[in-house]
Design a protein around this ligand. Structure first.
Ligand SMILES: [Zn+2]
Length: 310
């Protein structure tokens, strides 16, 4: 694995499952919820922006274990981030690989220059794309890690980025500003396949065996493009949801699920987790993590941008 266990100091967290699916919202898709705006900042606005940045500096130091349950009522509206911009994530340059690691399916790009992420809660830093992987379970109503408004979705995709000021993902992984993970919910429906997701569901059938890898077209992330260009996202300071659970992640979570078909999700459940091929990856979801007693997670809702050039 990438880390040695003695470098890791974990918070003691209570692990609790979340079965509350009572208040279901945000499930209807599939229009982007962007609200257009193009405001130039005024003088007082700039002062406010500075104060907001100081607060965000402070906010970045307080980390919690992930995943968590998100609720809009518990989030603070934030209007002072720069636009969050994805660069190169859906460009048709080079190739990509899709690998069954035995724990998940991972997409990596084979390019001279990695796609990168800037803006939003990331300050002035540039975060380079490392990989995108998926979480799922044997239940279309419970394959995501984060819970939004009491609702669990069928899958969750994590686009993992690391801060360019560190030499590598491994070096960045235990730094407080080391990682940025963008999360997308996927919801299985009885409708037709998501055409943008078809490249992956075709390729996933080539990596049934553990530790196998296949090549796919590099524009294999177009299925997140529409959602990734929306302004309404939630962000908080959390951790990796797999070992060693390092608290180094700025989470960015888009709330509107991307619709795929039930069959498209089912393909992922066929992946084998062991060389003997008797065991499938049927659940790779970490349960919801409760914050330590007397500590409240500061969740920001990026409602609009400080300025917009998109
Ligand atoms: Zn993940």
């Amino acid at each position: 694995m990438l880390f040695s266990s003695n470098t890791v100091e974990l918070l003691s967290c209570t692990m609790t499952g979340s079965n509350d699916t009572s208040s279901v919202t945000g499930t209807s898709k599939s229009k982007c919820v962007c609200d257009p705006e193009n405001e130039e900042p005024t003088g007082s606005q700039l002062l406010e922006d500075h104060e907001a940045r100081v607060l965000v500096d402070e906010w970045r130091l307080h980390k919690f274990q992930s995943p968590i349950e998100l609720s809009h009522d518990n989030a603070i509206d934030h209007d002072h981030f720069d636009p969050l911009v994805f660069h190169g994530h859906w460009d048709k340059i080079g190739e990509a690989t899709f690998e069954n690691t035995g724990k998940t399916a991972v997409i990596r790009f084979q390019r001279n220059e990695a796609p990168y992420l800037i803006g939003g809660p990331l300050h002035e830093d540039i975060y380079l794309f490392e990989q995108l992987h998926f979480h799922w379970s044997d239940d279309d109503n419970g394959g995501c890690e984060h819970i939004f408004e009491g609702k669990a979705y069928s899958m969750e995709a994590h686009a993992v980025h690391y801060n360019k000021k560190y030499k590598s993902f491994e070096e960045a992984a235990d730094k407080h500003d080391g990682l940025a993970v963008v999360g997308f919910f996927l919801e299985a429906t009885d409708n037709d396949d998501n055409p943008c997701f078809k490249k992956l569901t075709a390729a996933v059938q080539n990596i049934i065996k553990v530790n196998t890898k296949t090549t796919i077209a590099s524009d294999c992330l177009t299925w997140i493009k529409e959602e990734a260009q929306c302004k309404g996202y939630y962000t908080y300071q959390g951790s990796l949801t797999t070992e060693p659970y390092l608290e180094s992640v700025t989470w960015i979570l888009f709330k509107t699920p991307i619709h795929v078909s039930r069959q498209q999700v089912a393909h992922f459940r066929e992946l084998k987790s062991t060389p003997c091929e008797k065991v499938k990856i049927t659940n790779n979801v970490r349960p919801i993590q409760s914050p330590p007693p007397n500590k409240k997670i500061n969740i920001l809702y990026a409602r609009s941008h400080r300025k917009s050039d998109d």
